[in-house]
Each structure stands twice: as C-alpha cells, then as structure tokens.
Design a protein around this ligand. Sequence first.
Ligand SMILES: Cc1cc2nc3c(=O)[nH]c(=O)nc-3n(C[C@H](O)[C@H](O)[C@H](O)COP(=O)(O)O)c2cc1C
Length: 358
Amino acid sequence: MTPITSLTAPMNKSNPDYCHKLAAQLSTPIYIGGKIIPNRLWLAPMAGLTHSAFRQVLNHYGSCGLVFTEMCSAKAVPTENPKVSPVFKWHKWELPGLVCQLAGSTPEEMVIAAKRVEQEGFFGVDINMGCSARGMIKREAGAALLKTPEKAVAVVEAVREAVSIPVFVKFRTGWSKEIAPAVALSKRLEEAGADCLVFHPRVAPDKRTRPPFIDHIRSIKEAVTIPVFGNGDVTTPQHCQNMLDRTGCDGVSVGRMAVARPWLFAQWTSGFTPDETIFQDYVLRLADALEQDFDPIRGIKRFRLFMAYYAANFRFGHSLQATFSTAKSMDDVRRMAKEYIKPGMALSQTPNMNLYSP
Ligand SMILES: Cc1cc2nc3c(=O)[nH]c(=O)nc-3n(C[C@H](O)[C@H](O)[C@H](O)COP(=O)(O)O)c2cc1C
C-alpha cells in the first residue's frame, strides 16, 4: 500500500464540523525545537492503537500535524529490530512527521534509547510521564516520574544533552489534585531543555472516567515559554475550540477520537467532508495495513482493541463490536465490514463512553 498524504475528496466549508476560526488557528504552523510543524492538531500516543498500520491509514486521510508512536520501552529500544518489533516499527516515509515516545525510568536508559531514535531519523523524541498502568509504575517509569521531580528533570536534562532533535514531554497533573506541583515541574522541564509539553490534566490514577480539568492547561501554559499542547476528551471541533480558547494552549493532541475517526484532522483543519462510505473504507484500509505490518495473531488482537473505539461512533456500537469480535482473520474482518458497515447506520452524537472509556 503506498501512502497518500492528502485526500482529493470534496471539501465543503459549510459542513457542521468545519469552523473557519478553528481551522485557521489549527492550520498555523508552529516551530518546535527549531523544526517547523505544519499544523497544531496532533495524534496522541496510544499503546496498541497508534502502531504503524493505524498511522498508515491516518496518513491516507491526511492533515495530522504531528504523529506520535505508541510508547516504546527505553530498555528495549536499543536492541529492537524494527522488522519484528510490534511497537518500534515505522514506515520510512513517516519519519519526518513522527515522534517516538519512550517510557523509561533512568536518565541512562533514556539516553541510549533517545540516541537510537535520533539515529533512525525520527522528527523527535517524547518522554512518557503520563502512563499510570500498574506495570509502568512498578518499573518507576511513566507517571511514576512525577513522584520524583528530581528524576524527571534529570531524565529530560540527559536526553536534551544527548540528542539534537526536539524533545517533548507528555505528562499529567501528578498524584494529587493540586496543580502547583505540575506547574513547578513544567518550569523545571523547560529549564532542563524540553522543547514542548503535552499536558493531560488528570491525576495519574484517574483512568479517564472523570472529565479532565481543562483549566489546569492554562496554568501550565502560563508557567512556561515553550509551546504547550492540551489533551483530553476532545471529540468535537467545539471541544477543540473550547480547549484553545479557555487555556491559551498552542495546539491540541487528540487520542481516542482520532482512532474513532482518523479523518477528523482533515475535517477540522481543512473542511474535508466525508460521506458515510468512509466508515467502511476505514475498516477495509486498516485490515489491509494490519495484515501488511503484523503477523495474523497480533493483527487480529490489534484489530479487536481498535474496534472498541471505532464502535463508539455508532448508536448500536456494542452489537457491532460483538459481531467483529468473532472475526478470526482479516478476511473475516473485510467480509464483515462489507456486510455490516453501511451508509445510514445511526451515529452517536458523542462517542459511546462505555466503549470509549472501558
Ligand atoms: C488505549 C490507550 C493507550 C494509551 N497509551 C498511551 C501511551 O502509550 N503513552 C501516552 O503518553 N499516553 C497513552 N494514552 C493516553 C492518551 O495519549 C491520551 O492522553 C488520553 O487518551 C486522553 O486523550 P483523549 O481523550 O483524546 O483520548 C493511552 C490512552 C489509551 C486510551
């Protein structure tokens, strides 16, 4: 499958998902660490979801300013073989717009991994200070670094010293509701050499069930001079505009909704208007890409994970998910997509939260 960087599908600037103000704001290029990025609507890193196959489909629909890999273990990266690794894997053409996210706990392991990321030609390196999965915390990585600000700063300082590509930090509020520690840390991360902060305003143990505290993004934005991107529960152009207006953040990073509708980048930034055949088109493209990039067992596992977020698009998403959960191969997936995903299916106004926030 060859990548297509922009769609030739019709642009309809009167569609309800197109807002001139938002599009203009999002389409303003931004410099990060001396490198230019064409727009301010980015894909958030998501384990098991933002793999090379999904990114290939995302690229087909176009207009995502910057793409992040799922988290890659800093311990594993130095010896990973991209030909067989399920996570440290990419298509050569995506490297100029792809940031590799690393999860690790010590400056030493992060430096070795970051050097490899730079050597491979990624746009930048992102340091995970947001994941609070039990295994991650046990390894003192991800959001665990927010418990030890000295260590978090040392990691950024060491990575900054080791590479010349842009250094991003994705982090959460921390382990208590107060924003003051995150504000203090963000200043220190800037001093340590971070080029951009992506902030998800939830406390670390919160599994995305309660709404994020959007106003905390403003506190981080006002604390530093480097760009700050906001993240969390943005599913509509209105949410995106609200986050920009209320917080003054420089741009927005979208996670789950980008998996549900990867064409939203083209919709919100350039007025791309999909017709309803796009829902089937998406599944067929993803099936092909998964087949190309993964062995059959991994491919179908990735497909099942994706299905929850995709099914959240539909009013009867649960039954769609149940149907697809019986697929044993990509041929099954393609057959089911042609049989069950049809124009006219009832769409949810907002994603079905039972599927979206399991
Ligand atoms: C399945 C899943 C996997 C995730 N994996 C990562 C990850 O590897 N690294 C990371 O920094 N955040 C990860 N996140 C968090 C997202 O990047 C994002 O912060 C969160 O989903 C909120 O944004 P959203 O409401 O736009 O989805 C993950 C989220 C989900 C749902």
